[in-house]
Design a protein around this ligand. Structure first.
Ligand code: NAP
Ligand code: MG
Length: 497
């Protein structure tokens, strides 16, 4: 074992080394098949744990447990204020275990400890925000025009048993983004974490029990997408499936959901544009554009992977972004001072490296001078391409690595600029850097994306809805809007005559 693990606290070290079972109906159980699979530390390539390999049989048991908890358990019937209190307790516990959870995240996902800690603070806030909605899920009284005297009203009811499938880029945050609205609305959950990062979903399962959330309300089935994930998406007794991940897998989820027409929400890929206008605060814009793509090694669905800079300031901004990338300290998540970690797997490293080679072959110019550390981890250094064109694969496809495709613009015609922003099958996010309010508002209005940030990149705010236009997904997570995904509206009309 690498000596890097000597810096782990006793709690995270003993958790990682422990036996990892599935959480079904409040019990920790082996997969029915008895199978397990390896969990790798992407910073070293070493196997750090083994977890249960759940498949369709285990998913079925978990769905039954979630159904029992939903129909006969206390959760859906609990007073909303009590659900709020339990969720607050869960948020407090997550903060109390923050160091431990951050260490697990650094080993399981590779992100630097400091970044993981900030993420954990964000997940606690997400839980508290959603907890507040539990007491505000009201219907309305409705004035009707049919003859006679009526009392008509609507109610909002929990949608039922929800399957949730999440990716590996933000393991704990993604779990909480999914679980929080389900808990607030009184649904029950079967969660399938990504095969690469199952550990914090399992630790969260323990903390959920500690918080007093009743058995069966949250079930965690680790396993592979093609087995456990597909079984969950197809299960006839799952009322809704919520998925975050690639657009390709999202389409499979939709097909699998057809059997019982379960509700589907999808948070998928992106190829998000960032625009830097010449009147922007260029220092802030340069750092912002660099963070937009290098943060989390570019493994972010809303990463700013297409950078458009006005020709007047192109050289200066690009030089700054390259410099920023070249000076970032790339290293193991637990290594002191690491600013960006490895990619999640050797497969992702190969995939991203293949895109970089392809970009060069297609004639784009790679600006960075540094190369990645060679210590067995899955590292790729920040990469900036110029001399790019809109037909290149690095311009069109989601790379999911620290690779940005830069292009100058010298057109002040906002329609043309917006058309280029919208020249993508995706529509998740866009960033605009300008001091000109008119430009900011007009461009924001014209861009076909679920979120736009001006003079910032991404606002990690639970109150702001998040999701995609076009092939970036269906539905909005976060904000009030997510509650629509987890509730069904019932209208009730009473003839008073
Ligand atoms: P993925 O296949 O979309 O995986 C996301 C989740 O879906 C994982 O839990 C996965 O399980 C599960 N899954 C896979 N196939 C499934 C199926 N047929 N039915 C149900 N669930 C299934 O993503 P990936 O394979 O990890 O990464 C591939 C590419 O997707 C990346 O290079 C990146 O471009 C993109 N991606 C995007 C996001 C995003 O947030 N937009 C996140 C992650 C990846 P397994 O872990 O076992 O595969
Ligand atoms: Mg996969």
């Amino acid at each position: 074992m690498s000596t890097i693990y000597e810096s782990l606290g006793t709690q995270s070290a003993s958790f990682i080394r422990g036996t990892h079972r599935l959480l079904i109906g409040g019990h920790w159980v082996d997969a029915q098949s008895g199978k397990t699979f390896d969990v790798f530390d992407p910073g070293t390539g070493e196997v750090v744990a083994r977890v249960a390999e759940g498949d369709a049989v285990d998913v079925d048991l978990a769905v039954r447990a979630a159904r029992r908890a939903f129909e006969t358990g206390d959760w859906a019937k609990m007073k909303p204020a009590d659900r709020t209190r339990v969720m607050f307790r869960l948020a407090d516990l997550i903060e109390q275990h923050g160091d431990e959870l951050a260490e697990i995240e650094a080993v399981d996902n590779g992100k630097p400890l400091a970044v993981a800690k900030r993420g954990i603070a964000g997940t606690a806030e997400m839980l508290r925000y959603m907890a507040g909605w539990a007491t505000k899920l009201n219907g309305e009284s409705v004035n009707v025009s049919v003859p006679g005297e009526w009392h008509a009203y609507t109610t909002r009811e929990p949608v039922g048993v929800v399957g949730q499938i999440i990716p590996w880029n933000f393991p704990l945050s993604m779990a909480i983004w999914k679980i929080a609205p389900a808990l607030a609305t009184g649904c029950t959950v079967v969660l399938k974490p990504a095969e690469q990062t199952p550990l914090n979903a399992l630790r969260l399962g323990q903390i959920i029990q500690e918080a007093g959330i009743p058995d069966g309300v949250v079930n965690v089935v680790t396993g592979f997408g093609a087995m456990a994930g597909a079984a969950l998406a197809a299960h006839p007794d799952v009322d809704k499936i919520a998925f975050t991940g690639s657009t390709e897998t999202g389409k499979r989820i939709v097909q699998a959901a057809l059997g019982n027409l379960k509700k589907v929400s999808l948070e998928l890929g992106g190829k998000s544009p960032v625009f830097v206008f010449p009147d922007a605060d260029l220092d802030l814009a340069t750092t912002g554009a660099a963070n937009a793509i290098f943060f989390n090694s570019g493994q972010v669905c809303s990463a700013g992977s297409r950078l458009f800079v006005h020709r007047k300031v192109f050289d200066r901004v690009i030089e700054g972004v390259v410099e920023h990338g070249d000076t970032l300290k790339v290293g193991h998540g637990l290594a002191p001072g690491s600013q960006i970690g490895p990619l999640i797997s050797s497969q992702q490293m190969q995939r991203v490296s293949a895109y970089i080679r392809q970009g060069e072959e297609e004639g784009a110019r790679r600006m960075n001078r540094q190369s990645a550390p060679d210590n067995g981890g899955y590292f790729v250094r920040p990469t900036v391409f110029i001399d790019t064109s809109t037909s290149m694969s690095i311009y069109r496809e989601e790379i999911f690595g620290p690779v940005v495709c830069a292009m100058p613009f010298d057109d002040e015609d906002l329609e043309a600029i917006a058309a280029e922003a919208n020249n993508s099958e995706f529509g998740l996010f866009a960033g605009i850097w300008t001091q000109n309010l008119g430009v900011a508002h007009k461009l924001a209005r014209r861009i076909k994306a679920g979120s736009v940030s001006v003079n910032a990149h991404m606002v990690n705010e639970p109150a702001l809805p998040f999701g995609g236009y076009k092939q970036s997904g269906w539905g909005r997570e976060r904000g009030r809007e997510v509650l629509d995904l987890y509730t069904s509206v019932k209208s009730i009309a009473i003839n008073l005559d």
